[in-house]
Every structure is written in C-alpha cells, then in structure tokens.
Write a protein that binds this ligand. Structure first.
Ligand SMILES: [Zn+2]
Length: 233
C-alpha cells in the first residue's frame, strides 16, 4: 500500500509524507520510526523498499488477519440482518426512491467511474440482503452501506475506464452492519482501497456525511436509468 494512517493521528499519509515524518522525528530509517498504521485493522505497518524509489510501500509484516489481505473475508459481507424492523423497510425504501439521484451522486463521488449498471446491482444486492430492514438503520447513511456490498471491478465500470479494483472496508472490528449505528451514530471509519492484481495500492478515508442530500449539483439519472433502478430497488 502506498499510503497508511499516521502513527498517532487519524489521517492518511503517503509513503513520501511518512519518509518526511521519519526524518523530522530523528530517524534515519523509516522502519525505526513509530509505525504508520493500516487504515482498516489499525496495526503498525512496515516499509518495504521497492525496486525503484517510487515503489517503496507499506505492508503487513505479520501473519495475522486483516481484511485488506483478503477482502472476501470481510465479516459483514453478504450478511442479512439478524433482527428485522418490518416497519422500517418500506420507509427506508421510500426514502431511497425519493433521494435516488442524491445517493447515486454520492456513490459516484466515492467510486471512480461508477456505471449505472453497477448502481443497479448494488440496489439489487441490498434488496436481496434486506439491508433496509436493519434495526436502527440510518437512511441517510445508505450510500455508506451500499458501497460495501460488492467489489468494483474495472471491467464493470463506466466505459471500462476504472483502472483499479476498488473495495470498501469498515474497521476490522465491525462484525455486522448493526455494529455501525450503535447509539444512532456511525461507529466506524470507512476506507476505500484500490487493488492492482490483488495487491493493495492506495487507500482513502471516506467522509461519512449527509450534506450530499442538500447539494445542488447532483448527477441526475435519466428517466430510463431511473426506471431501471426503481425496478430492482
Ligand atoms: Zn490491516
């Protein structure tokens, strides 16, 4: 991975920024400085020199489990709610129908080159898993749940323009989606990681915010695309 969490602060830093950090804190060798952390499991990462200077990167130097090593093992993946709030399902779906453009826009801003077909696939998967029925589901957080339901492959992207595979992760401690809205908050960091041939490349923190609902510059689905999405919702 070419970037990681700062050793103490909740900020992503690039390997170059980490090199500066190591020097400024008086360490000649990056591996002697306090470790940068994995944005998902929060464990310390080692630095490996690449074949070229540009290739230097962070990596897990232990055998312990981290979802970034095996994205298919994310514990919440494909999990339907254990307790269902029947009354909420219709309300949450209704809300999504009314805010479909806003949710699509938000997802397009965090998933590079999102295709409408992928958006429809997400809606279909959400319906299959009954995600709108989670007890305590916060409807405004819908994009941040949808985004974890599948991996975003270059081959499925808009005009196949996405260069890397993108996968979204909650903190490694999250076992169920229900864990996310403890006390009506959003109790986890959300991170996107890009992969090239299953090797993690860049990571980014996703800001969990709800101002996307009132932003005026929204991407608009065409009537046809909208109809397509509503059919699977
Ligand atoms: Zn990790």
């Amino acid at each position: 991975m070419f970037d990681a969490l700062h050793p103490t602060r909740n900020e992503i830093m690039s390997i170059n920024e980490y090199r500066d950090f190591a020097i400024l804190s008086g360490h000649k060798l990056m591996n002697a400085a306090p470790r940068a952390r994995c944005p998902v499991c929060k464990r310390g990462l080692a630095v490996r020199a690449g074949q070229t200077k540009d290739n230097q990167h962070f990596y897990h130097d232990d055998e312990d489990f981290c979802p970034t090593k095996d994205p298919a093992s994310r514990p919440y993946l494909g999990k339907a709610p254990t307790r269902i709030d029947l009354k909420a399902i219709e309300l949450n779906r209704q809300w999504l129908m009314e805010n479909l453009d806003a949710v699509y826009s938000k997802l397009s801003s965090i998933i590079p080159r999102l295709a409408v077909s992928e958006f429809a696939d997400l809606l279909e998967e959400a319906k299959r898993l009954n995600v709108y029925g989670y007890v305590g589901f916060v409807k405004e957080h819908t994009p941040y749940v949808l985004v974890t339901l599948m991996n975003f492959l270059p081959s499925n992207s808009y005009k196949k323009q996405r260069k890397f595979k993108f996968v979204f992760f909650y903190d490694a401690g999250v076992q169920n989606y229900e864990d996310l809205w403890i006390d009506r908050g959003f109790a986890s960091d959300l991170t996107s990681v890009s992969y090239h041939k299953n090797v993690p490349q860049k990571s980014k923190q996703v800001d969990i915010e709800t101002s996307y609902l009132t932003q005026s510059s929204k991407l608009l689905l065409t009537p046809k695309q909208r109809e397509w999405c509503l059919k699977v919702l």
